[in-house]
Design a protein around this ligand. Structure first.
Ligand code: SAH
Length: 376
């Protein structure tokens, strides 16, 4: 019997080549040994990559010149290539469009927040993508309108962060050299829908050099639409990273329309999963709430949200809705936003209003679409 050809299969995009940042410490040593190099070269490469943010073996002067090409080809393929950068907010916000090996496009946004007190360092945050596109289809989000292209590999995620750390050190953001301090998984994609790659990337971000970038756990935020089983798994990993939940409505009826995955996991289940996560870390989680004029910004909803959250270890981050192409919705008027804040505070719920960094370069929350038309 002859097998039938699978003519109906959709073409699969090729997997990105393996990169140093995909490998955990044991795999790194194995890869180095496989290249015929002594095992200690693994830590040496780790120091170059994770401590000095160098991803080009050609300039790793502590590596014998004769092996640099081999190491480059085997462990440091170019995974993310900058296509375009745009600046906003007087140079304090910088969006980069990256092309991946298969032509898929993603964006990341680097933001610098000058220190409020003398003697403290500026906060420098990078907002990274975990998927090319997104399958969650939230109607107010530009990324959600294009659907999911594919998951990013661990190294494609880590490379966005290493590039940001390098840019900060060079003074590309805000003019003077600085240190990357925060990473938020709030760019394109649903991080918990790309679970194993995102968790491996978190290890690379947290582990101290030479195994990783050594960022502080609490300065890393994973934002999710509320994939309940994955929130539970993430709690079990004991990574201690900050959790943010995109709630956007306190009631299931409205949330079903704003965050379609709510038809699977309801508001109560999502909050219970977040509570369990907070119980594990002992720290507050964030509730993200985009303020959409006349859709979810009524005083009754503020009251319901306040009632839901008052007993919980949660903090609300209101996001003035950023306009996206084709969406009929606007941000709530400031007066309505202030009333929403007042009601939440009356319930004793901590609230902050997110700034709209990068909105004039389509670099703010929900505006990342990586549209090739605007580039080519
Ligand atoms: N998929 C993850 C991360 C994505 S974006 C998640 O949904 O949490 C980070 C935040 O921006 C989410 O809270 C998302 O709902 C919000 N967002 C999306 N579109 C927006 C828009 N147009 N204006 C303001 N916030 C938006």
């Amino acid at each position: 019997m002859t097998a039938l050809p699978l003519v109906f299969d959709a073409p699969r995009r090729g997997r990105p080549p393996t990169h140093f940042a995909d490998l955990d410490p044991a795999a790194r040593t194995a890869a180095v040994v496989e290249l015929g190099l002594p095992a200690f070269r693994a830590d040496q490469l780790g120091r170059q990559y994770y401590a000095r943010h160098q991803n080009d073996p050609a300039v790793m002067t502590d590596l014998p010149a004769s092996v640099r090409d081999t190491v480059a080809a085997a462990l440091f393929p170019a995974l993310v290539t900058p296509v375009r950068t745009q600046e906003a907010d007087g140079g304090l916000t910088r969006k980069t469009l990256w092309r991946l090996h298969d032509g898929a496009l993603v964006e990341s946004v680097l933001m610098r927040y000058p220190a409020r007190e003398a003697g403290t360092a500026d906060r420098i945050t990078v907002c990274i993508s975990s998927q090319a596109g997104c399958g969650m289809a939230c109607p107010f989000c530009a990324t959600g309108q294009g659907g999911l292209t594919r998951n990013l590999s661990t190294a494609e995620i880590v490379e966005q962060v290493v590039a940001a750390a390098r840019a900060a050190e060079r003074g590309d953001i805000g003019g003077t050299p600085g240190r990357l301090s925060n990473v938020v998984f709030m760019g394109m994609g649903e991080p918990l829908a790309n679970y194993p790659r995102v968790v491996a990337a978190l290890h690379r971000l947290i582990d101290p050099a030479p195994a990783g970038l050594g960022l502080s756990r609490r300065s890393i935020t994973v934002s999710t639409v509320g994939l309940v089983p994955a929130i539970g798994r993430l709690a079990d990993e004991d990574l201690g990273v900050t959790l943010a939940v995109s709630l956007h409505a306190p009631d299931d009826e409205l949330r079903d329309t704003l965050v379609p995955v709510n038809t699977r996991w309801k508001v109560g289940e999502v909050l219970a999963a977040a509570d369990a996560y907070a119980a594990r870390t002992g720290r507050r989680y964030s509730i993200e709430y985009a303020m959409i004029r006349d859709v979810n910004d009524q005083p009754e909803r503020a009251d319901l949200l306040g009632t839901l959250l008052a007993p919980r270890l949660a903090h609300v981050n209101l996001i003035p809705l950023n306009p996206t192409p084709g969406s009929p919705w606007d941000a709530s008027p400031k007066r309505v936003e202030r009333e929403f804040v007042r009601i939440l505070e009356a319930h004793g719920v901590p609230v902050t209003v997110r700034d709209t960094r990068g909105s004039d370069i389509d670099g703010a929350c929900g505006q990342l679409a990586a549209l090739p038309q605007s580039v080519l």
